[in-house]
Design a protein around this ligand. Structure first.
Ligand code: C2E
Ligand code: CA
Ligand code: CA
Ligand code: CA
Length: 275
């Protein structure tokens, strides 16, 4: 630290240096982790709320770092995007997920999250199709989730991407619906298969009255677009029952359990005769 007059030191330089060092360490760790296969898919159940049946899983990336333990995607996805590693990371994870999901009951779907950075890659749809072929995974079991923020970019490019994926039988969902300020007309011009209502709205159902109204408005919007919906963030029975009263939909959330690694999912599916 610099000396400033008598016994007065800048104290803000040290933390900044530490942050930078930590950030550099994270970047290096992520690069090494990709090479060492430390990034693994976890899976969250998706359920048909009308029948209470398991319909599929959403893959959620985890970093099993030998140094840091299990790290969530909110930490490493933004860094992977910045250092240009998101494409490789995502393709590795999807490849693993295809291998995992191939062992499950073939009726079960697999949802994967795609970064806006990947949506800017003109070869993205080709890359997905190549993976599907390489792993012999049925395209109609795959659901690609793209977030509403993707639509702020080049809508024409997003539209042709969705179209080429759907032409191959892949499903495309709009994730975090309600958080991104897309207009109805913009949404109507894009050929999505499904909308996922963001969990920030679902959580509102705990505070009965106005929460209901908000989710109702979102459901009315999806009806207007003639798109089926998935509600995320179902944390308890109260929320589940409220949603069931609001209409037909799929759902997911901690109420059904936390996301789990492939071997745990396999065990549970075996117990239920779904392998
Ligand atoms: P998301 O797609 O909206 O996924 C839902 C997140 O909510 C997950 O967090 C999940 O674990 C969490 N969650 C599920 N049920 C509940 C619940 O009942 N209550 C609460 N409070 N949370 C719940 P996670 O796994 O930390 O993932 C965070 C975000 O990271 C995801 O949000 C997704 O946008 C992104 N992500 C995950 N995997 C990938 C990936 O492979 N690629 C990319 N680009 N993004 C990913
Ligand atoms: Ca998602
Ligand atoms: Ca969400
Ligand atoms: Ca999200």
């Amino acid at each position: 630290a610099k000396k400033q007059g008598k016994n007065r030191y800048y104290w803000f330089e040290a933390p900044m240096e530490n942050e930078l060092r930590f950030r550099n360490k994270l970047e290096a760790g992520i690069r090494a982790g990709i090479a060492n296969g430390e990034f693994v898919p976890y899976y969250e159940q998706q359920v048909d709320l009308e029948t209470d049946q398991l319909v599929g899983f959403e893959m959620l990336a985890r970093w099993e770092s030998p140094e840091l333990g299990v790290v969530g995607p909110d930490i490493f996805i933004p860094i992977a995007e910045e250092i240009g590693a998101i494409g490789e990371l995502s393709e590795n994870l999807i490849a693993q997920a295809f291998e995992d999901a191939k062992e499950w009951d073939p009726e079960l779907t697999l949802s994967v999250n795609i970064s806006p950075v990947q949506m800017r890659d003109p070869w993205f749809a080709q890359k997905i199709l190549k993976l599907l072929v390489a792993h012999r995974f049925p395209p109609n079991r795959l659901d690609i989730e793209i977030t509403e923020t993707c639509l702020h970019e080049n809508v024409g490019m997003v539209r042709s991407m969705i179209t080429s994926l759907r032409n191959q039988g892949v499903h495309v969902s709009l994730d975090d619906f309600g958080t991104g300020y897309s207009s109805l007309s913009q949404l109507r011009s894009l050929p999505f298969d499904r909308l996922k209502i963001d969990r920030s709205f679902i959580g509102e159902l705990r505070q009965q009255e106005n929460g209901d109204a908000l989710v109702n408005a979102i459901i009315a919007m999806s009806d207007g677009l003639k798109l089926p919906i998935t509600a995320e963030g179902i944390e308890n029975e109260t929320i589940l029952e409220a949603l069931k009263r609001l209409g037909k939909m799929k759902g997911q959330g901690y109420h059904y359990g936390r996301p789990e690694p492939a071997d745990k999912v396999r065990e549970r599916l075996a117990d239920h005769g779904l392998l």
